[in-house]
Design a protein around this ligand. Structure first.
Ligand SMILES: NC(=O)c1ccc[n+]([C@@H]2O[C@H](COP(=O)([O-])OP(=O)(O)OC[C@H]3O[C@@H](n4cnc5c(N)ncnc54)[C@H](OP(=O)(O)O)[C@@H]3O)[C@@H](O)[C@H]2O)c1
Length: 166
């Protein structure tokens, strides 16, 4: 499985259960990568979407202990149940889309992290792991910087030398 995330210059990812920036080009990049695939998220991230609705044209799996049934979502109650559910799909089709708690839980199992880096301080309250400080992770691809809605961003890919098998 792969993580996909947009981070600010401090590896911050969110505040007040929302994203830090409005980045249309990054949204397009996210949509292109995940359409038709499986997206895995924590309950806060689902609830942060407009109307608390799942992402269209994707299989939405939500880790939500004690959570309610939601139309268009597969709600699982524990990491064990989540791994059973994820195991039904090809690993390359599974994208961990947040938030901070779920990224922390699933990062060791990810072979790749697709990271959009925003060269700005978004005043984040929640953070992704700093992959530059984790020895098993290395920067494999780094795109050219460009401006997206007034913020300089670049598309990057990090690879995990030793992903754990679920
Ligand atoms: N920058 C980005 O790319 C990006 C992407 C996605 C989200 N975000 C941001 O991240 C923030 C949300 O992050 P978050 O950490 O608050 O929420 P989250 O990971 O989306 O959801 C957390 C909730 O999911 C459940 N959960 C997650 N991991 C679990 C585990 N290991 N075991 C049991 N339950 C688990 C729990 O649900 P219960 O509380 O129901 O037990 C937990 O409270 C928002 O600001 C959002 O906008 C940013």
């Amino acid at each position: 499985m792969k993580a996909i995330v947009v981070v600010d210059k401090n590896w911050g990812i969110g505040k007040k259960n929302d994203l830090l920036f409005h980045l249309p080009a990054d949204m397009k990049h996210f949509r292109e990568r995940t359409l038709g695939k499986v997206v895995v998220m924590g309950s806060n991230t689902l609830l942060s979407f407009p109307g608390g609705k799942p992402l269209k044209n994707r299989t939405n799996i939500v880790l939500w202990p004690g959570g309610e049934k939601r139309e268009g979502c597969i709600v699982v109650g524990s990491p064990e149940e989540l791994f059973r559910e994820i195991g039904r799909y090809p690993a390359d089709d599974v994208f961990v889309v947040g938030g901070a708690m779920l990224y922390r839980t699933l990062l060791p199992y990810c072979s790749e992290a697709i990271v959009t880096k925003a060269n700005a301080d978004g005043g984040a309250e929640v953070f992704f792991e700093n992959l530059d400080e984790l020895p098993q992770w290395s920067l494999a691809e780094e795109g050219a910087p460009f401006e997206d809605n007034g913020v300089t961003i670049r598309f990057c890919v990090y690879r995990n030398a030793g992903p754990v098998r679920p």
